[in-house]
Design a binder for this molecule. Structure first.
Ligand SMILES: Cc1ncc(COP(=O)(O)O)c(C=O)c1O
Length: 380
């Protein structure tokens, strides 16, 4: 049997990781400025994480949601505390798409309405409603197409107000910083406008925090910069440091009912152990503060390069916009300097490293980046 060939891959086999370093099968060391796609939040093989998962595996790995799983309550308690939303409720699932799917569905259960506002260049996942709310026709199959999604221009307050006018909007889904869309930061005034309109029309504000959340920007949710609360926060990626876990944090105004949402694997013992380890390490090691400090340093240093068109982002979610002539920079970083980065098309280098990236590793990246630009073609 062959693998279903859907991923363009680099011919590198990663076999080991420690903190922000990973190693291939030949023992070559790589600096991981990509965090395995924003997933590695507390560093590869973090000892406290490994120990907690190992201990849990010896106790019990899985039992269904038909029995008491105190670890779920522990995780909810900790998440409420670390995120500052102590009165919110947690529903656990397994991925970012699933989190958004549940968020959109829950919003519609809550207010009985059908229309969803999403934004140009958004990415919310690949399942039915999540992909329908994703602004990329190439990944939307005919069966996913629905006229329930209204796409609006990014940060256009007038268009937003007009879309609400008929009072049909069930929810607005927005990334605090668009990831796949090229590290575009939502303005504080736009997020505040969404909050006000959702209040006025009894619509649900869904903060997709799958990539930009979980402390990456220096605040727990990047939407927090606007000083308003969303009704539902969806999360995944950094939540389990590689263990598949997702969830939605739900405002107390939305009331649960038996059978409303459900999942087989969501909230299993191992996933909760992983989730708890991540939050404990984040708190004990002050990782949000580190993301703000080291990320802020990187952003300031990157702005000093003449060839860089723009540097966007917050904390350790950074986009470096390059001119088309420098399209090979990522390849050079990987193959000449052994540094993994992410990309956003057409020409943005995305940095999404672990939140405990050290200053020394940030400098190692900056030196390699400078060397890459020096050997690159001169930009007219
Ligand atoms: C903002 C955002 N939402 C949702 C998703 C989907 O998450 P998953 O791949 O875990 O389904 C992603 C994944 O990249 C994302 O960046």
């Amino acid at each position: 049997m062959n693998l279903f060939d859907v991923y363009p891959i680099n011919p590198i086999e990663i076999v080991k990781g420690v903190g922000s370093l990973v190693y291939d099968a030949h023992g070559t060391e790589y600096l991981d400025m990509y965090g395995g796609h924003a997933v590695i939040s507390i560093g590869h093989t973090n000892p406290r994480y490994v120990e907690r998962l190992e201990n849990q595996l010896h106790q019990i790995g899985f039992y269904s949601n038909s029995v008491e799983i105190p670890l779920q309550k522990e995780l909810a308690e900790k998440l409420g505390q670390v995120s500052g939303k102590t009165d919110y409720q947690l529903f656990l699932c397994n991925s970012g798409a699933e989190a958004n799917e549940n968020a959109l569905k829950l919003a519609s259960f809550y207010n009985g309405k059908k229309k969803v506002i999403a934004f140009h260049k958004s990415f919310h996942g690949r399942t039915s409603l999540a992909v329908a709310a994703t602004d990329n026709p190439k990944i939307v199959a005919p069966v996913n197409e629905t006229d329930n999604i209204i796409f609006l221009p990014w940060l256009d307050e007038v268009a937003l107000e007009q879309a609400f006018a008929g009072n049909e909007i069930s929810s607005v889904i927005i990334e605090g910083i668009q990831g796949v869309g090229g590290i575009q930061v939502a303005s504080e005034s736009f997020l505040q406008k969404i909050r006000a309109l959702c209040n006025e029309y009894n619509a649900v504000f869904i903060a997709d925090s799958v990539q930009c959340g979980y402390g990456r920007t220096g605040k727990f949710y990047s939407h927090d910069f606007a000083g308003v609360d969303a009704d539902i926060y969806s999360m995944a990626k950094g939540m389990g440091n590689g263990f598949p876990i997702g969830g939605i944090s739900i405002s107390p105004k939305i009331k649960p009912a038996y059978g409303m949402l459900g999942t087989t694997f969501g909230g299993n013992h191992l996933a909760c152990a992983a989730g708890l380890a991540v939050l404990e390490v984040m708190e004990q090691d002050n990782l949000m503060q580190n993301a703000a400090t080291v990320g802020g340093y990187l952003i300031e240093e990157l702005k000093k390069f003449d060839q860089v068109k723009e540097v966007r982002g917050r904390g350790l979610m950074i986009g470096i916009e390059l001119p088309a002539e420098l399209a090979d920079v990522r390849k050079d970083l990987l193959y000449k300097h052994h540094i993994f980065t992410g990309e956003a098309k057409p020409n943005v280098v995305r940095l999404l490293p672990a939140l405990n990236l050290t200053q020394a590793h940030a400098d190692r990246f900056l030196e390699a980046f400078a060397a890459t630009l020096k050997s690159a073609p001169v930009v007219a």
